[in-house]
Design a protein around this ligand. Structure first.
Ligand SMILES: NC(=O)c1ccc[n+]([C@@H]2O[C@H](COP(=O)([O-])OP(=O)(O)OC[C@H]3O[C@@H](n4cnc5c(N)ncnc54)[C@H](OP(=O)(O)O)[C@@H]3O)[C@@H](O)[C@H]2O)c1
Length: 338
């Protein structure tokens, strides 16, 4: 496995070809094993992964504390290479409920102060609001991040799940390193307008849900019991007939994977990488591995080369729009700009 690095957008940091998304280590996919989570972060850093993604609301600070511990206990050379990307702004309640987003400048600075403390770092590498706050112009939210950059607390502005108009307004306010957004074989909504916009403006993409939260990993089975605190128990794509339809797509993908001597997850990750290959490798998948075993599998995607014939076969097996069910329940879909 060779770990290449790419610049995130024209103004962002140099990052590894794959990033590690740490969300599932603290929230949303049922319980995780803390020691294994830290071992996974260490193994990722050891393999040359430099980008760690989190959100202050993943387990209400749990994920940042976890990353902080992993960084503190990593060898100094690895710790110094690590870049932390943080999302803020989600309002939560003690029951785990979601109550909107706060992008007011004073709130941005407060969120940042707490994140720096939990992570145990003196700066955040990329800072972004998780969803647009409809009550606050994006210029004000980005302006507050710019002030944090001037003071040295943040290095780069990022965006998350926003549409072309917001991307343009943000980029007119400050240089934007990357847009974090869902992108996979079965979530291709960014291709028509959003991706051309990021490319025009020199903004990179950090893609999440590359395995559609495990659905197209090749490991998910129709009889898997999901805990009540698992997002997938409410996700339209994981329900009843939708689930069966989507798992049938995975079986079509499995045939291609077998011919390539790769796993289904590796094919799905390699496909996302291939979408940026002609554009200066502007798409960096954030893999959501939370065990060393899954991490090793994900990293193996970097050794998979998809030729034109492979890409055509994949497109045939899983054409754009093939998935059944939206990627979020309706209430959460309302917060993503399309
Ligand atoms: N900006 C946003 O709005 C947003 C939203 C969501 C996530 N994110 C970020 O993106 C990161 C990745 O998202 P995601 O976790 O949904 O991505 P994902 O990679 O699509 O899904 C990860 C899940 O897939 C399963 N899986 C099965 N095989 C795997 C393999 N070989 N490698 C990795 N995972 C495998 C695991 O579930 P099991 O362990 O249950 O098998 C894992 O928890 C998150 O950690 C977070 O940092 C951002």
């Amino acid at each position: 496995m060779t770990m290449h690095t790419h610049t995130l957008g024209t103004t962002g940091p140099q990052v590894s070809a794959l990033g590690l998304g740490c969300m599932g280590m603290s929230a949303l996919y049922g319980d995780a094993d803390r020691a294994e989570s830290i071992a996974t972060i260490h193994a990722a850093l050891e393999a040359g992964v430099t980008l760690l993604d989190t959100g202050d609301f993943y387990g209400m600070g749990h994920n940042e504390l976890l990353i902080g511990e992993a960084l503190r206990t990593a060898p100094a050379a690895r710790r110094e290479q690590a870049l932390v990307s943080v999302k803020f702004g989600a309002l939560r309640d003690p029951d785990g409920g979601w109550s909107g987003y706060d992008g007011r400048p004073a709130a941005v600075k407060t969120f940042a102060a707490y994140s720096l403390q939990r992570l145990g770092v003196d700066h955040i590498d990329v800072y972004r609001i998780a969803r647009l706050d409809p009550a606050v112009p994006i210029e004000e939210t980005v302006g507050a991040i710019s002030e944090l950059i001037e003071k040295g607390y943040v290095r780069h502005v990022g965006l998350s799940e926003v549409g072309a108009d917001t991307i343009r307004r943000a980029a007119a306010t400050a240089p934007v390193s990357d847009l974090q957004i869902e992108y996979s074989l079965i979530s291709r909504g960014i291709e028509d307008e959003i991706l051309p916009t990021t490319r025009e403006l020199g903004i990179g993409v950090t893609a999440y849900g590359v395995l559609s939260r495990g659905l197209i990993s090749g490991h998910f089975t129709g009889d898997r019991k999901l805990a009540a605190n698992d997002f997938r128990a409410m996700s339209p794509r994981f329900q009843g007939e939708n689930l069966q339809h989507n798992l049938n797509l995975v079986e079509a993908l499995r045939k291609i994977a077998e011919q390539k001597g790769a796993s289904v997850a590796q094919i799905a990750i390699a496909w996302v990488l291939s979408r940026g290959a002609q554009h200066g490798n502007d798409i960096v998948p954030l893999v959501g591995a939370r065990t060393r075993e899954r991490l090793a599998e994900s990293l193996g995607a970097l050794d998979v080369t998809l030729e034109a014939a492979d890409l055509a076969a994949i497109e045939d097996a899983v054409p754009a729009g093939a998935a059944a069910g939206e990627r979020y329940p309706a209430a959460q879909m309302a917060h993503v700009e399309r």
